[in-house]
Design a protein around this ligand. Structure first.
Ligand SMILES: Nc1nc2c(c(=O)[nH]1)N[C@H]1C(S)=C(S)[C@@H](COP(=O)(O)OP(=O)(O)OC[C@H]3O[C@@H](n4cnc5c(=O)[nH]c(N)nc54)[C@H](O)[C@@H]3O)O[C@H]1N2
Ligand SMILES: Nc1nc2c(c(=O)[nH]1)N[C@H]1C(S)=C(S)[C@@H](COP(=O)(O)OP(=O)(O)OC[C@H]3O[C@@H](n4cnc5c(=O)[nH]c(N)nc54)[C@H](O)[C@@H]3O)O[C@H]1N2
Ligand code: SF4
Ligand SMILES: [Mo]
Length: 768
């Protein structure tokens, strides 16, 4: 196992001593994918620092990046395909056996029941989206139409609203905004915007700008805020309705802008005129004068940007809250301008929208399928039913749904009830432990990778990272796994690939022509285009970069859609050559690439509503707004007097990407946080052991008191409770696996997103 040739970087005289060389790559622990430089000792990542030359992150990192070796070299990394025996144990099989048996079993299900009875789940995580591109090819090879991933338990409600209002995704411009609002979002720990801590401090320290935070907990972000609205958990709809109502009632609506750029304002303005501001301020526990001051600050600002996240997406009334927060920027005219909320270009869009606004419905549950994604909270029930369209098999890749989706026991049961399941992962996860076959992937440092989290405007950044290490022995990168599966499924063979390879050796133009002709002659080949590009174009790409071949196609499309913005980013070429130039620039840059540079006004040309205006009126949600006062302010009960936020982002959480508990420098147990007064009423304190009980189950944990939490509000971190081999090699879990405590029916009525931030619970002291 040797390293690849080090990338060209300023390494001084270090060439003699490989451990002194700095290699450029990215941190993969959250969606920011900060550019970093690392040193290696053999296969160990020993040092990590921010890459100052990276065009997106500019040297920024947080404390987690320093410990990515725990991801790369976990002791539960898989190094052989596994096949489940009848008794539930696993045996190692070679790759040829695994590929041919997995292909045959999937084919069997597709032939017997239809490809639409197979669910494809996952396809990418915080740092890796290329696998998903290849997964799409395998899906088409099998006729798989149903798919889902984590976005369908967080962002689909927001996507549903964006789709109706703008027809596409929107993105806040915090770098240039005068007033920035974070709604149920704690970027200090969870990031989600470039250079989060720098950006927060810049907003907070400038007397002419303002940071607003709406959160029930006094978070690290709230500590920096100019206005902190500490809502009662789950009451955001009241808070945001009141804020938006003040905008309307106090005359802060951008009337002329609204008239010129939007449709449907009358019913919205009428509904908001009726909102009882004082009453709703009381319902959400916020001082009315402070709430009004906040609304006025927003209404008078030159620019305003807002970002929602899990604090409202995983809490009551979530889709309604998404709508109301978007009305806040829309009614104040904060669109298509510096510091506002804007549309953006993408290399490969993360979401899809239907211009008609009419989403298809799931055949089993009849729920809306937003952005093509089946609702995560309905997957288990769509297996465990006798409906004729029930799911019969799952193809899971780069995701850990047994751990990450609501009601882990039900998901486990569902996997066991399937005719067939296969998991592609780097580690032996909770989900892998339930699968018929487990295929070991090379890690994100052992193959070319990138993400499609290209959501910034006006400058949008992409980083295609070359591999740092050779694949761990026994593993394969996803491009190889999928192309082997597709061959085993009989979609193509060498007689069809060889001529395309020959064309690629001749040049891009020859390849483009041959690829288009082959796809026209045999549409199945176009369907598995990612694999075809990997096999045919991959060999002529720079060493280690073959897996990036499908980006060639994405680059063509991006260049066609955004030619001016691609050229403004410094990429030269005429209509014919611009896509190739963009592709070459993507592969060449080691510091990330600004691939589009827009003018703010371009945000309008990226709007995708039929009339290119912003649509303010969503009748279903206005109706819901009208009925809001009848909704409860809390779902706590006498039996379950606490509200548990099941899955808080903390200093050392990173979904389930790092499984070794030793990586956590703080909060080793992933403690249950609670207000000190609540603790003393229960006769407990820091370090006490308690049982957290919800309607779904119970778990034991350790208490940490903190006055950042309100009374009766408790939190557990996300990504804990992962099985990891201890010194005796037995798998042990540290901390609470949050979804042992959640149920799938506790969810938004439109998008089906879970109310993980609002789980009624009680706390029982465990005597020492
Ligand atoms: N350190 C770290 N960073 C991460 C991740 C990680 O695992 N660890 N995961 C990444 C992923 S996948 C995601 S989606 C993002 C999520 O990022 P965030 O959404 O920021 O993360 P959370 O901490 O889950 O929730 C955000 C806030 O919601 C608040 N909250 C709880 N209940 C309510 C409520 O009723 N109303 C309001 N307004 N707020 C409430 C919490 O107090 C918390 O401060 O983080 C990403 N970044
Ligand atoms: N109760 C509760 N549940 C939650 C949340 C919460 O706040 N509370 N948060 C939710 C959110 S926002 C999210 S995004 C989800 C995240 O949950 P998931 O979408 O399930 O994803 P991750 O935990 O990020 O795990 C990704 C998987 O990819 C594997 N992996 C890493 N690198 C590679 C690779 O290169 N190739 C392959 N094939 N696999 C790889 C990892 O080992 C891991 O098993 O969790 C959700 N679940
Ligand atoms: S965890 Fe996120 S913010 Fe922190 S270094 Fe990694 S990518 Fe950057
Ligand atoms: Mo997420």
């Amino acid at each position: 196992m040797t390293k690849l040739e080090p990338s060209a970087t300023a390494n001084g005289g270090a060439a003699d001593d490989p451990s002194k060389i700095w290699h450029k790559t990215a941190c993969v622990l959250c969606s920011c994918n900060c550019g970093v430089e690392v040193r290696l000792d053999g296969r160990d990542i020993t040092r990590v620092k921010g890459n100052k030359a990276h065009v997106g992150s500019k040297g920024y990192t947080c404390e987690k990046a320093l410990r990515i070796n725990h991801y790369q070299n976990g002791v539960d990394r898989l190094s052989s395909p596994l096949r489940r025996r009848a008794d539930g144990s696993y045996e190692q099989v070679d790759w040829d056996t695994a590929i041919s048996e997995v292909a045959a079993r999937l084919r069997e299900v597709a032939d017997a029941h239809g490809g639409d009875k197979i669910l494809y789940y996952g396809g990418g995580g915080q740092g890796n989206h290329l696998g998903g591109a290849y997964g799409a090819a395998t899906r088409r090879a099998l006729g798989i139409t149903r798919r889902s991933n984590a976005l369908a338990q967080e962002k689909t409600g927001e996507a549903w609203v964006d789709g109706r209002m703008v027809g596409t995704h929107t993105s806040p411009d915090f770098h240039h905004t005068e007033v920035g609002l974070f709604l149920g979002k704690n970027p200090w720990h969870s990031h989600g915007i470039p250079e989060a801590r720098r950006t927060l401090k810049a907003l907070s320290s400038d007397p002419d700008r303002a940071l607003i935070v709406i959160d029930p907990r006094r978070t690290e972000t709230a500590d920096l805020a100019d206005h902190f609205l500490q809502v009662i958990p789950g009451t955001d709809a009241f808070c945001i309705a009141a804020l938006t109502a003040v905008i309307v009632q106090d005359g802060h609506v951008a009337d002329r802008w609204i008239a010129a750029n939007t449709v449907g304002s009358e019913p919205v303005l009428a509904a908001l005129a009726e909102v009882p501001v004082a009453d709703y301020a009381a319902r959400c526990g916020v001082d009315e004068a402070e709430l009004r001051a906040c609304a006025t600050r927003i209404g008078q600002a030159e620019s305003f940007a807002i970002l929602e996240d899990l604090g409202i997406e995983m809490a009551p009334n979530s889709t309604l809250v998404s709508y109301l927060q978007k009305l806040l920027w829309a009614l104040t005219g904060n669109f298509a301008k510096a510091g506002g909320v804007n549309t953006h270009s993408s290399l490969v869009p993360l979401f899809s929208y239907r211009a008609s606004g009419k989403e298809p419905r799931d055949p089993v549950t009849d729920s809306v399928v937003i952005s093509g994604l089946m609702q995560c909270n309905e997957i288990a029930e769509s297996v465990l039913t006798d409906h004729p369209d029930r799911l019969r098999a799952m193809f899971i890749e780069s995701a850990n749904p047994v751990h990450s989706l609501a009601d882990s026991p039900a998901f486990r049961e569902a996997m066991r009830a399937l005719d067939f399941s296969v998991v592609i992962d780097v580690a032996f996860t909770e989900t892998a432990r339930e699968a018929d076959y487990v295929l070991p992937a090379s890690s994100q440092y052992e193959k070319v990778e990138t993400t499609f989290f290209t959501l910034e405007f006006p400058e949008n950044v992409l980083y295609v990272r070359p591999p740092l290490l050779q694949p761990l022995e026994g593993t394969l990168p996803e491009p190889e796994i999928h192309s082997r599966l597709i061959r085993a499924l009989g979609v193509y063979d060498d007689t069809e690939i060889e001529p395309l390879r020959a064309a690629a050796r001749e040049g891009r133009g020859a390849f483009a022509t041959a690829f288009a002709e082959a796809g026209a002659a045999k549409p199945e080949l176009a369907g598995v285009g990612a694999a075809v590009m990997y096999e045919a174009l991959g060999p002529v790409l720079p060493a280690g970069m073959a897996g990036a071949a499908p980006l060639w196609f994405s680059a063509q499309q991006c260049a066609m859609r955004n030619a001016d913005a691609v050229r403004a980013a410094g990429i030269q070429g005429d209509d014919e050559s611009l896509g190739d130039a963009l592709f070459d620039a993507m592969l060449a840059g080691d510091d990330g690439l600004i691939f589009t540079r827009h003018e703010y006004g371009d945000a309008w040309s990226l709007v995708r509503t039929p009339d290119l205006k912003i649509h303010l009126d969503i009748p279903d949600l206005l109706e819901e707004l009208g009925e809001l006062s009848a909704k409860p302010s809390t779902y706590a009960t006498d039996d379950y007097p606490f509200i548990l936020a099941a899955g808080e982002r903390r200093s050392f959480t990173a979904n389930t990407l790092v499984r070794d508990p030793a990586w956590r420098k703080k909060d080793p147990d992933g403690s249950l946080r609670m207000n000190p007064v609540d603790a003393s009423e229960l006769g407990i304190g820091d370090g006490s052991r308690v049982r957290v009980v919800t309607r779904a189950g119970a778990a034991e944990t350790v208490v940490e008191t903190t006055d950042t939490l309100q009374r009766r509000h408790i939190t557990l971190p996300n990504g804990m409770g992962l099985d990891y081999p201890g010194d005796d090699n037995e798998a042990k879990a540290t901390g609470v696996s949050p979804n042992e405590l959640t149920t799938a029916d506790w969810r938004d009525h439109i998008a089906g997103t879970p109310w993980h931030k609002h789980v009624p619970a009680r706390v029982e002291p465990i005597p020492a």
